[in-house]
Design a protein around this ligand. Structure first.
Ligand code: 0O2
Length: 221
């Protein structure tokens, strides 16, 4: 048993390094953009490594023998990074910055923002290949990156809690409530962006849009 745990711990080490490397690269992208545009592209970043138990469970669910070799070949979310941004446009800006780097390779894109899941879930998912240099040479490690706005993240956290509480069998009234809340999230993200752009004087049209958000034509405070 002791030996088995050591094997899984050693297996996880390159994934930890890949998260460290990717975090540095994201920091550089964000700092550089901030220097040029002042606004920060991100609110916060969280990383996590799957536990050996959850990797074994996932492999078993897929009908695969739970070994480290199989985990390496079949699991692309052993290392996960969640980047939370203020606005939807920041999600796509970050995605573009990542795409344009020649030290990262985007292996898969799932755009649940343009195409939300049936339950209302919104997020941009990327599988990113990150190169790391070890004493034995270079390795390419997969990291699952989720990029979403604060509002989308708020929704996803609550939905996740409910999903686990009800063991995926969510009562219909809660499902309906979550779907409505997801529509509100979408609307809020759009409104906040319009207001932000108007304040920053980015677009004349944004100012007009903000005025039209006020039922009284924006004449009263
Ligand atoms: P954890 O602990 O959050 O990582 P797979 O990658 O094989 O598991 P799939 O469906 O192809 O399966 O992956 P997808 O769609 O890219 O989603 C994987 C992760 O996205 C999930 O990880 C969640 O973190 C998140 N996610 C996907 N759909 C939803 C959703 O409807 N609600 C919420 N709250 N999160 C979602 P895990 O594996 O669940 O666990």
């Amino acid at each position: 048993m002791e030996h088995k745990i050591t094997v899984w711990k050693n297996f996880l080490l390159p994934y930890k390094f890949a998260l460290d490397e990717l975090r540095t690269k994201v920091n550089i992208m964000v700092e550089e953009t901030k220097y040029m545009e002042e606004d920060s592209l991100i609110e916060h970043v969280k990383t996590r490594l799957k536990t050996p138990q959850s990797m074994m469970d996932k492999l078993e669910r897929k009908g695969i023998e739970p070994t480290v070799a199989n985990a390496k070949a079949n699991l692309f979310d052993v290392a996960g990074m969640r980047i939370v941004t203020p606005f939807k446009s920041d999600v796509y800006h970050l995605y573009e910055l990542m795409m344009n780097r020649n030290d990262l390779k985007i292996m898969e894109v799932k755009d649940y923002i343009r195409f939300p899941k049936a339950n209302g879930y919104q997020s941009m998912h990327l599988i990113v290949q990150v190169p790391i240099t070890l004493s034995k040479g270079m390795e390419h490690v997969y990291v699952e990156v989720q990029i979403r706005t604060l509002a989308m993240d708020f929704w996803a956290s609550l939905e996740h809690k409910i999903y686990y509480k009800y063991q995926s069998d969510i009562p219909q009234y809660l499902e309906k409530g979550l779907k409505e809340a997801a529509d509100t999230v979408k609307e809020m993200d759009e409104k906040m962006k319009v207001i932000h752009d108007a304040v920053e004087g980015l677009h004349e049209t944004s100012t007009k849009k903000v005025i039209s958000l006020h039922s009284d034509g924006g004449r009263t405070k």
